[in-house]
Design a protein around this ligand. Sequence first.
Ligand SMILES: Nc1nc2c(ncn2[C@@H]2O[C@H](COP(=O)(O)OP(=O)(O)O)[C@@H](O)[C@H]2O)c(=O)[nH]1
Ligand SMILES: [Mg+2]
Length: 211
Amino acid sequence: MGSDESYNFVFKVVLIGESGVGKSNLLSRFTKNEFTHDSRTTIGVEFSTRTVQLNSLTIKAQIWDTAGLERYRAITSAYYRGAVGALLVYDITKHLTYESVDRWLKELYDHADPHIVVMLVGNKTDLGSERSVPTEEAKDFAEKKGILFLETSALESTNVETAFHNVLGEIHRKVSSKEVTRGSISAVSLAQSASRASGDPEEKKPCCRNL
Ligand SMILES: Nc1nc2c(ncn2[C@@H]2O[C@H](COP(=O)(O)OP(=O)(O)O)[C@@H](O)[C@H]2O)c(=O)[nH]1
Ligand SMILES: [Mg+2]
């Protein structure tokens, strides 16, 4: 998070879903390439960032973790404010965490921008023998809701990069298309872009300056 860092966009992405599904480990896998078996260590973390290259653009992903508050249903609207992406995580071995996805989705749409990019994430694929949520069922559900879907393992590092990259890519696609209007998702993300990549030819493209 150095102040001399250059980037074209800052995208706020929130992690939601039941406690214990692996949100904090997906985050630490993505931002630090770390995994921990101790779920308590992550309480208190607000967000972590990682800067990724997307085509010729530099995207700073600011990923917010629940800080353990989801277990008390104490996530407030401030958590969702300004978010342009969300990973809604469940545990493929715990059907109850999948059953609550609808409730999380409702809470998300109650608080976040309607254009927010959402991905349903079935985590812990390394525990395949204990699977209780069929891939096809979750995939169909996501399709019906018009959201992205992927299964991951934070433990084995499976699909974690892909999940975040797909969400960031889709956010960028929305932001730079005419699909969303001024005052909505584009304004939110660009307003937070404090600095720009100097010398980057992309910077001068009207699409990236005048949204
Ligand atoms: N086997 C397995 N365990 C995981 C995976 N991701 C997280 N866990 C474990 O699940 C527990 C809860 O993880 P955590 O990231 O704290 O979940 P959170 O409450 O959603 O933030 C911890 O014991 C983790 O080690 C995974 O992909 N596979
Ligand atoms: Mg956590």
